[in-house]
Write a protein that binds this ligand. Structure first.
Ligand code: FEO
Ligand code: CA
Ligand code: CA
Ligand code: CA
Length: 680
């Protein structure tokens, strides 16, 4: 593999050695108190021609360097001609755990029957196999003794979307005759998979059969709870109660709760709905429909042609039943998923639960749309650490807030509460249910800060400092008109840059972070800082170069702190490493030190894919990541751009002995050959 060596700089990392996280925290707390009480003298370090003010010197209190350090040798960027496979540092091994269409191990005759990707996927086969386009995920360890197992767990993964042509086994999907069967096969590829994983002879494998194996799809009945349950805007002819929705869709990133449940987030749900041009002409889009992006053609899935549930003129309230955070109990395969409406309706990316020192619970969430918002939900009740059952409905009552980032480095959480701040009937909000269903419009009224596409949110395991990726935004600042997804935006109609989103036409994205006032998850104010502006150090335009200390990256998306405080960053850019991405290379996963800001490339990925989703065993010695949509934008041949994973891996869960038929999204397990913690 060839690689371009960036003119990297070598700022000495301040290693935390083998100090325990408690020792590190003692230092952190000491510095934080010091910073609050003194006027810091700024020191500016020069990095590759950039001036980067260190976190401590700006007055913002960042989390410490990770306990155990970051010790691997970074891998080179995957530049053209790209390697169509996973590359990890020397001393590490990556294996495929399970790929689209591999059996999840449901009890019975289907336990070990995999789909043959040379054929059309059917609903029946998809219901016993791993779904399409895996995204966010979490590993729930089994209890063992007084602790948790590192060798046995339930891996729960989202399946964000399908490429319809891959499902229907056709390269001309746009012109085939749609049938209900074709729609149902695609619906079954969405949602969530639960598989049991076990470590046997040093390798993690899917346990087949397992009583826990489960598929939740776009047709699985889900209960609706919270203030919007039973609301007039949630009722349909098929569900006059407005309390039971068929399925969950576009499950992008995720979250999990300290009471052992999984949170799956519904992102671009609007794309599944459509209608005819004639029906839309007879009844144009409402303000609500327009604000959430409904359009006659949707994203081209064509489901509405064969299933009236997805025709938003035949069933105008059906779209209102998507765009929620859905809670799943992985330990009970019969438990109904629950749509928690108190957390608001938007294009949810992740849902990061943070427990305060007093057991208060907050959930941080982003709305991934250009110039949309960041939200926080604070539960009305505290976490019950003794009785799991008492937390079951914690997400049904509380206060939803939206963020305003002030130019002076402070921020405010604005409450989305009916009756306050103009969220009243005369402005179109009849009750709290309507505030939540129209959360975007409610937030518009409050003067929230428009962000550069909020993606994942994570928090430091000890300090509770929050980090969030802002992946990019080609509709901010500047004067150039552009047309994306059929919508043309004039330069003059764009929001201007602001302190929290400082670059016009933000091509490479950035990562923002904040501390709640007093370290209290309930606080209504916070202090924020930009962790990194991503970019290409070799770009000619200064605003494209970023201010990265370490390896270049762009379009940050997946984001996760491990137990030791290493910040893992996954990217979702054009996956072919051409054009703006020629120097940065294909999508990758990076490991960052929150204190020094040093960023090091840990993994590179197959062609035309996205790296997303991350989970770990409790001991940090096995990392699970998802590779999504390898080879996407295939033209003329499914395998033209990628033949991964079957070309790189040949095991029982890939299609052993069969020729490669299609590239497939897959989950990958990464371990360190010496048995150590991944990243050390
Ligand atoms: Fe599905 Fe915002 O990524
Ligand atoms: Ca994402
Ligand atoms: Ca993305
Ligand atoms: Ca994706």
């Amino acid at each position: 593999m060839s690689s371009i060596q960036h003119p990297d700089n070598d700022l000495t990392i301040n290693p935390s050695g083998n100090e325990s996280i408690r020792d590190v925290m003692a230092r952190f707390q000491g510095r934080r108190n010091f910073m609050k009480g003194t006027l810091a003298t700024a020191t500016v370090v020069s990095i590759g021609g950039f001036s980067v003010e260190s976190s401590a010197d700006s007055g913002y209190a960042s989390s410490p360097s990770p306990a155990g350090g970051i010790g691997f040798t970074g891998v080179p960027a995957n530049v053209v001609p790209m390697t169509d496979g996973i590359t990890v540092p020397p001393g590490y091994t990556a294996r495929v755990l399970i790929a689209w269409g591999d059996a999840i191990g449901k009890a019975g005759a289907q336990a070990n029957v995999h789909w043959d990707p040379a054929t059309e996927m059917t609903e029946a086969r998809q219901l016993t196999t791993w779904g399409a386009h895996n995204d966010g995920m979490h590993l729930f360890p089994f209890p063992v003794g007084n602790g948790v197992s590192n060798d046995r767990g339930l891996l729960v993964s989202n399946h964000e979307y399908v490429d319809p042509g891959l499902v229907a086994n056709t390269l001309s999907y746009a012109s085939i005759t749609m049938t209900k069967e074709k729609v149902d096969a695609q619906i079954a590829g969405h949602g969530v998979s639960v598989v049991e994983v076990r470590k046997l002879n040093g390798e993690y494998k899917v346990q087949r059969p397992s009583a826990f194996a489960r598929r939740i799809t776009g047709a699985t009945p889900c209960k609706v709870t919270g203030p919007a349950a039973g609301h007039a805007l949630m009722k349909t002819a098929a569900d006059p109660s407005g309390t039971v929705v068929l399925g969950t869709l576009n499950n992008c990133a995720n979250g999990y709760t300290p009471w052992g449940t999984y949170l799956t987030c519904e992102e671009n749900f609007n794309g599944y709905f459509g209608t005819t041009a004639a029906k839309l002409a007879a009844q144009p889009l409402s303000a609500l429909e327009a604000r959430y992006g409904l359009a006659a053609g949707g994203f081209g899935y064509r489901w509405h042609e064969a299933d009236p549930r997805f025709d938003f003129r035949d069933n105008p309230n059906e779209p209102n039943r998507f765009g929620w955070v859905v809670e799943i109990d992985p330990w009970n395969p019969n438990a109904m998923p629950v749509k928690r409406t108190a957390l608001g309706r938007f294009k949810h990316e992740s849902a990061e639960t943070v427990v305060g020192a007093d057991n208060s619970v907050a959930v941080y969430m982003g709305d991934d749309e250009r110039n949309d918002y960041v939200y926080k939900f604070v539960c009305a009740k505290k976490l019950d650490t003794k009785n799991r059952a008492n937390n079951r409905d914690l997400l049904d009552s509380g206060t939803l807030y939206v963020a305003r980032f002030n130019a002076d480095g402070t921020g405010v959480w604005l409450p989305l509460v009916w009756g306050q701040n103009g969220l009243t009937p005369e402005n179109g909000f009849a009750d709290q249910g309507e505030v939540l269903i129209k959360a975007r419009q409610a937030a518009d009224r409050l003067g929230a800060t428009m962000m550069d596409r909020p993606e994942w949110i994570t928090h430091h395991p000890v300090t509770r400092e929050i980090y969030m990726t802002l992946t990019n935004n080609n509709r901010r600042g500047g004067t150039t008109s552009n047309s994306v997804n059929g919508t043309t935006t004039a330069g003059s109609a764009r929001p201007p840059v602001d302190a929290a989103n400082p670059r016009p036409d933000n091509r490479y994205g950035h990562i923002i972070r904040w501390n709640e006032n007093g370290g209290d998850v309930k606080a209504t104010g916070f202090e924020w800082d930009i962790f990194v502006e991503c970019g290409d150090k070799l770009a000619s335009a200064p605003n494209l170069q970023g201010n990265i200390f370490g390896d270049d990256l762009g379009a940050p998306d997946g984001l996760w702190f491990d137990k030791d405080g290493r910040l893992w960053i996954q990217t979702d850019q054009a996956g072919d490493a051409t054009g703006d991405w020629a120097n940065i290379g294909g999508n990758a996963m990076f490991c960052a030190d929150p204190a020094t800001r040093k960023i090091t490339r840990f993994l590179t990925s197959p062609k035309n894919c996205e790296v997303t989703g991350i989970a770990s065993t409790p001991d940090g010695k096995a990392l699970f990541i998802n590779i999504q949509h390898p080879g996407e934008d295939w033209s003329g041949s499914f395998t033209a751009r990628s033949t991964w994973p079957d070309s790189q891996f040949n095991g029982p869960t890939t299609q052993a002995g069969k020729p490669v038929a299609k590239p497939r999204s897959a989950c990958v397990v990464i371990t360190k050959d010496d048995g150590g913690v991944v990243g050390t």
